[in-house]
Structure formats: C-alpha cells, structure tokens
Write a protein that binds this ligand. Structure first.
Ligand SMILES: [Zn+2]
Length: 137
C-alpha cells in the first residue's frame, strides 16, 4: 500500500496513488478516476458504441506508428539474438560439427579443410575432457 491516498471522483473510494493511471496533463500527475472505474467506463463505452473506441484506437495507432514499429524492430532483433545464443549453446552442449571444427580450425584453417575423422576424434576427446571435469577426476 502506498502512503499517498487519493479519492476517486467516480466511486468516491480512497485508494493508494498507484490505483490511478499516470497523466501528464493532470495536477499531481494522476487521473481523477481510479483504474477500476476507468476500465469499467472504457468497457461500457465499447459495449454501447464500439466504433468510437475503434476510431480512438485507430487514431492512436496512426499517430504512434513509427514508435510502435521501432519498438517491434527492437523486440525482434532481441529475439534473434536470443535465438542465435540458444542455437550456439545447443551446438556447444551437443558437440556439433560446427563447434568442434571451430575448435580445430583455431581461426587458421577453413572448416572445409578439416577431415571428418579428425572432427570425430576431437569430439571424443572433448567428451573425455567433459567427463573428467564433471566427475572431478
Ligand atoms: Zn473509482
């Protein structure tokens, strides 16, 4: 419970400040109606006149299109990074050819120059090293 209380102009209940939506245009930085009342009124408005709500929403999307697109681009790029990280982790844990070849190449050889039997041998060596590490031998 917040220390600061405010009385809702709709339900007349005294509620903590957090129960009121933030608003830059209101004195005190909060709406006069509580969130519960705001939501109930928005729901009722939509029930009686959906086109008004839809028009408001459409106007907001048009006004904030670029901001929203930028947010979605940022979100997608973070998702891509997370996917690449997860894929790499899977390759390392599963000792995939790409990972084993990278260790063998050491930044000098091309991955296609590494013979497959060498990759297999390196993979077995890595398994042994992991076993020793995990069993503290
Ligand atoms: Zn209220």
């Amino acid at each position: 419970m917040g220390l600061l209380m405010k009385t809702c102009i709709h339900c007349q209940q005294s509620k903590p400040l957090e129960a009121f939506r933030k608003s830059a245009r209101m004195i005190g930085g909060r709406e006069n109606g509580c969130k519960d009342c705001h939501n109930a009124r928005r729901r009722a408005r939509y029930q009686t006149d959906p086109s008004a709500t839809l028009a408001t929403n459409r106007k907001w999307f048009q006004a904030n299109r670029e901001k929203l697109n930028a947010y979605h681009r940022e979100w997608r790029s973070r998702l891509d990074v997370n996917r690449r990280t997860a894929k790499r982790r899977t390759e390392i844990e599963g000792l995939a050819d790409s990972y084993v070849k990278q260790l063998l190449a050491g930044g000098v050889l091309s991955h296609s120059d590494i013979p497959q039997p060498l990759v297999e041998a390196q993979r077995e060596l890595l398994k042994i090293k992991r076993y020793i590490r995990e069993h503290s031998i």
